[in-house]
Design a protein around this ligand. Sequence first.
Ligand SMILES: *Cc1c(COP(=O)(O)O)cnc(C)c1O
Length: 362
Amino acid sequence: MKKVHIFNAGPCILPEQAIENAIEALKDFKGTGMSVIEISHRTKEWESVMDECRSLWKELLNIPDTHEVIFFGGGASTGFLYVPYNLLEKKAAYLETGVWAKKAAKEAKGLGATFGAEVVTVASSADTTYNYIPKNYEIPADADYFHITTNNTIYGTEIKEDIDCPVPLVADMSSDIMSRPVDVSKYAVIYGGAQKNVGPAGVTFAIIRKDILGKVSHYIPTMLSYQTHIDGASMFNTPPVFPILVMNETLKWLKGIGGVEAMNKINVEKAELLYNEIERNSLFVGTAAKEDRSIMNVCFVMAPGKEDLQDEFLAFAKSKKMAGLKGHRSVGGFRASIYNACPIESVKALVEAMQEFEQLHK
Ligand SMILES: *Cc1c(COP(=O)(O)O)cnc(C)c1O
């Protein structure tokens, strides 16, 4: 067990086994006598890590042959730009479920404006600080793609099913990738930063349906072209070797516990434990609409009339060796991020702390 219960939203907790193995590779990579950060990425030792990592992605998410998975630098925020560069010709549609979704749309609007493409927001939940997922919106049939953010890290809402979409579906899955089984065949692109659930910051992943590419008439900068990274097997230029190595170790751990389906069962159990306590406890209330609640980021606030206890609870949790429970600065309150590597023991410890805190304030 770690010395601290880590509820950080990102970068976040990673499996101890992944960190231990990464330390080993930093010291002596596969018996080469060199560190993984001292060795060329054009060596068979490195290529075997890259191949293993790619295979694990394919295996764990059941990625069909129609799709390819690539890794590059830049974070999900650069991923926002890849989407319109590679897919936008005349029109794109976005679902605004939070600031990340809004930022993704901004990049499409900015690029689209340079050649007269239109970017529409089909629905937004900004009216209630994004505490629900809009329903009953209409996706324009002539859109080149429809963009969603499956897990809204800041607000604790999640689109937990693979939606039916009449146009190519693009999803930012930064904060729920590998937390549940996904029908990859339903998506044209799935992308995200690794640092919420599959590794450290520094590597971005994208799963791309290959036949979606090559359809835009504008120039795509080489490094922003998915095709470049597909053709180069994610080694067109020097890849972020260390983050990829840690990601590989994280996926090996995930496979070891039984893969994404087994992980999902544990994640649902963790989330239910915590949501049940929030509902039961007279001091706290959840902020996300029940049907849209995330199994990754659990957001809650002090109950009405108890607001002045907020800082005290944060200090109390800190005294119990819990880190990262403060809500995002834009929403306040609390957020417990309970990603894959967060053990159920940490969730139980948090539930106990909430119960103890309630007793203290009877
Ligand atoms: C954290 C996050 C991002 C931004 O990721 P970076 O890698 O820091 O650019 C984008 N989308 C979602 C859903 C996120 O949680």
